[in-house]
Ligand binder design. Structure first.
Ligand SMILES: [Zn+2]
Length: 98
């Protein structure tokens, strides 16, 4: 495949949507999990200290992980539609194949 702008063969996938989506998803998931973590921590404090820490931690990890995954899936659907899917480092061009 050649870059339609400068003809370079050194074309790369950008995955901008996926990258941005997974970072936003991780951040959002982390924030949501921290709010949820206080609830988990309350439940967890039925078993004091250990329950509080593990409850909060597990909630946070799950939140970040699922947020990142959801964000990546959402972002990936934007690649090639909202965001140009390819770039070439030579001319710093971005483009889609259609
Ligand atoms: Zn180019």
């Amino acid at each position: 495949m050649n870059c339609p702008n400068c003809g370079s063969q050194n074309v790369q996938l950008r995955h901008i949507g996926r990258k941005v989506g997974s970072s936003i998803g991780a951040a959002a998931g982390g924030l949501a999990a921290m709010e949820g973590a206080s609830a988990d921590a309350v439940i967890g404090s039925l078993m004091p200290v250990v329950g509080t820490i593990t409850g909060g931690l597990i909630g946070f990890i799950i939140g970040v992980g699922s947020g990142a995954t959801l964000g990546a899936i959402t972002g990936e659907s934007l690649d090639g539609t909202v965001f140009d899917e390819y770039c070439c480092p030579v001319g710093e061009c971005t483009f889609n194949t259609q």
